[in-house]
Design a protein. Sequence first.
Length: 275
Amino acid sequence: MKDFKENVIVITGASSGIGKELALQLAAQGAWLVIAARNIQKLEEVKNKCKRFGGRVLIVQTDVSEKEQCKNLIDKTIKEYGRIDTLINNAGITMWTKFEDITNIDLVEKIMRVNYLGSVYCTYYALPFLKESKGRLVGISSLTGRTGVPTRTAYSASKHAMAGFFDSLRIELADSGVSVTMIYPGFVDTEIRGKELGADGNKIGKNKLVNVKTMNVKTCAKIIVNAVAKRKREVVMTMKGKLGMKLKLISPSLVDKIVQKTIKKTIDNKNDASF
């Protein structure tokens, strides 16, 4: 596949996980990449792997929660390539604690600033250039952006906000030539496990998931690349997720019970007193 040959693509949260794998797969197609994240050392590692495919890669150290850094990301992209064809809003952080157990309420704002406002800022500064190229706009959300999940209150809220923002923007851009694709993955096997924020707002430091089936990150990224290439409206990745969306229309209370049961089943009870 060469759908993205010499396509100028900005990827946030590209130092690890889904963002990193997207960069590698798109580099293999000959994309001209701009990879952004806070960790410059990890970005260098991703860049070196992407360069093996012979493509162009620009690194821009970026904290998407800061709008001036988002502007800088887009400015440097235009300075390097002269255009933007695709923006993939992938940067994100998550949590693992009940709302009532939170001891540092600042974690809610932190999650919203990264997951939601980070996408808004990057999109705002990139949009004029995307309209010029009739490009692609992508939001990497989560199944929690479609239904509430216990221990993920602020994360779920941020992903719901993303969905509302991009769905509204899609309608506004209907006649512009810019496509908007929303991605809703389930559990994906990435480095984010153990980096969730706990009740005090700090990383919990260990993977609490047990007995849970996760999607391989390469498979996840491949699905995303194919969806973006086809300018799909949205992708709900898992069969359970698709069934859940339909069931929610019929019996939302049943979906609540299923989600609660799933979270209880997939958590390491020995390390979480809340369950």
